[in-house]
Design a protein around this ligand. Sequence first.
Ligand code: MEV
Length: 430
Amino acid sequence: MSTSRIAGFYNLPLDQRLRKLADAAKLDLADLAAFQENGLPAAQADKMVENAIGTYSLPLGIGLNFIVDGHEVLVPMAIEEPSVIAGASYMAKLARTAGGFTTISSEPEMIGQIQILDVRDLVHASMEIMNHKDELLAEVDAVDPVIKKIGGGARDLEVRIMEDSPIGPFLVVHLIYDVRDAMGANAVNTACEKLAASLEKITGGRVHLRILSNLADRRLVTAHCTIPLNELGFIADDGLIFTGQQVRDGIIEAWAFAAVDPYRAATHNKGIMNGVDAVVIATGNDWRAIEAGAHAYASSSGCYTSLSTWGKDANGDLTGELTMPMAVGIVGGATRVHPAAQAALKLLGVKTASELAGIIASVGLAQNLAALRALATEGIQRGHMSLHARQVAIAAGATGDLIEKIALQMVTEKKVRIDRAEEILQARNK
Ligand code: MEV
């Protein structure tokens, strides 16, 4: 890809945007056609879930201006909320002045859990499991030789004694499994089910649950960015001047609120997930798994807190970092069968699940910055309102050119409400 900066993209008609995108990404228009062909044919949906009656669509837009680990990336984002794509793109534009985002991913190791009940001597059973570790890991690797062949496979076993459960003490075995470029749920669940018989034999207990953990805290991604101080200052629409220092310090103060207060942290992290989920959904990944992992990880200190950290470096520039679990895949599941997800992966040009994880975390960090910058300066509603006003106009029954006209009038009047949209529409129809 030449550049993820496409000047005037916003102003192009929808069909021309796709052509422009294909050019920028050096792809054929046909590679991206699924984006405008309803994404997923109903007949294919019928193969994916039970009782299918059709498909449900979301807007799909492109996050512009991203540089991640030195690569220009155009990021597909599926989301219904206005301002998210624009906010992330704008922050990516600021970040690219200092080289964009850098990321680090841990190995793609997932955790499978096996619950063992009715064990007479928990400590002895734990030791016995560890004595048999090598053969248990070999048993797992025999289940999926393909994962093993491409460099993944069973890595380790851990045993935990759950002393204080409502049904009394029991054992939990964690299988650590490197799933390479898959999300990994199927591979891990299959492996856990396979181990059940051997574990019962070794412990004399009864295996109950055998399932992946969505707290994927061995599959973490960190994204980092620096925003030069001179990129942060701006003049608001009402003429108010915000200096770079004011914006930087305001962002750090806003983050500090989320760092100490779960009520604020939930909203702060929701802003991060606005960006994260949009890419996770566009690429056909399991966003419920990512949500579950993110919020459980945010609580891992014992107190729910911010997933990101904001501060300043020795030059006084703003620095941001986001670390979170990122169990996404580029093979298997919907990533393979959903035509729009396939087109999204092609557009991103990622070769590994870790690369995809890095891009997703970068978008989450950019989105967090967009929200904090707005909250710390003009407030969130101004940017939100012009796009929200269009949705209100549509809800009131406006069509065609009238949508923009009514939206503009409501924003100018600072009355973005359904009753006002209906009034304007009625007056125009008289
Ligand atoms: C809205 O979808 C997301 C925000 O509430 C995030 C935040 O408050 O940081 C704006």
